[in-house]
Design a protein around this ligand. Sequence first.
Ligand code: PLP
Length: 396
Amino acid sequence: MAITPLMPVYPRSPVRPVRGEGVYLYGENGEKYLDFASGIAVNLLGHGHPVLTKAIQDQAATLIHVSNLYGSPQGEAYAKRLTELTFADTVFFTNSGAEAVEGAIKTARRYHHHHGRPEKNVLITFSNAFHGRTLGTISATDQAKLRDGFAPLLPGFTVVPFDDLEAARAAMTEHTAGFLVEPIQGEGGIRPASQEFMSGLRQLADENDLMLVLDEVQCGVARTGKLYAHEHYGIEPDILASAKGIGGGFPMGAVLATEKAAAGMAIGTHGSTYGGNPLACAAGQAVLDVVADDEFLERVSRMGERLRGALEQMIPNHDHLFDSVRGIGLMLGVRMETDSRAFVTYLRDHGLLTVAAGDNVMRILPPLVIDETHVAEFVEKLSAAARSYELPQQAA
Ligand code: PLP
C-alpha cells in the first residue's frame, strides 16, 4: 500500500515536534526551534502556558463534555464575557475557523430570510481570500488551488478584487446579502485592508441593510494589539467569525453577532455536538484571562513595532531577498524577492519556524507572549540565515 495512514493532504516537513515550552518547540531527537509560527496564529500564549494548562487540566478532571441540549453555565459565562468585550450581543461556539465562517454565512443569509427577503442570499467576497476548507468556505474564494476538483461548489458568492470598494459597490444586486471579508488577509499574504475600504463597506452595508461579515479567524484575538482587528478601523461588523487563537491551541471557534444580525437564528436553525463544551469554554476563558487586558494588548503592539522596526532595518542589507514588511501588531509578513516557501524551508532547517503565504510572503506570527530577547534572537537568526542563503544564490 502506497498511501500513508495520515491522509497525505499536507506536505509535511521534517520538523516533528513532541514538546513545547514557551516560544520553543522540541523535535523527536531534541532539535530546538524558535516558534514564530504559533501553529499558524494559534498558540497565542506559547506552549505550556500555566494559566491555559491549569484551566484545561482542572476542567478535564471536572467535566469535559455535555450536550448542548442541556444548560451550559460554562458557555453562558464565556459568551457573556465575549459580548461584554466586543460589539456582539450573542455568540455561537464552533470547533474550528471554517465552521465559524459557515455559521457566519448562515447567520447572514438567515437574517434576510427572517425579514422575508430570501432572495438576498449572495455574499460579496474578495480575491485571494481564505475562509477555510469546507464546501461553503471554498466556494467563497476565487483561489483555484482550494477549489479544484471539488465541484459542484455552492452558489451564493460573488468574488471581486480585495480592497477595491468600487468593485464591491458595482457587484451589488438585489440578491446581495452582505460582504464577507478578512480585515487583514492572512493566507493571502498579510494584506491589511485600507481604512477607506473598511469604512466604505460598513457604509454600504448600513445604507442597504446588508450584513458586514468579518473573518477574523487569523487576525482576531489580540494578534494585532487589539482584541479584534476591526477595532483598528473604528468600525463594527454585524457578524464575525473567530477561531485559531481563541482557544490558545484548544480547537474552537465562535460566531459573534449583534442581536439584529442574529434575528433569524432561532431554536433549531443551527447546532454543533461539541461546540462550546465545558472543556473548550475553560480554554477560551483562560486565553481571555491573559489577553483581554489593556497592558497585554499594549505589549503586543510594542513587540510588534519592535519586530517590525528590526525587520525594516535589516531589509536594505538583503534587498535582493526581502522587499517590504507589512501587517499590524504581531501579524507580520515580509514580502520576498525570492520564493518565500524555499526561504521558510531554509529557516526551518536553521531552527526558526515561520510560515509561507500567498503573494510570496513569509509570515511572522509569534506567540503573543514574546519579549525583547525573543525578538532579538529571531532577528539575529534571520539575518544569519539571510547571509548564508545569499551564497548559493550568488554562486548560481
Ligand atoms: N479564515 C481564515 C482567515 C483563516 O486564516 C483560516 C485558517 O487558516 C480559516 C478561516 C479556517 O480555519 P480552520 O482551519 O480552523 O477551519
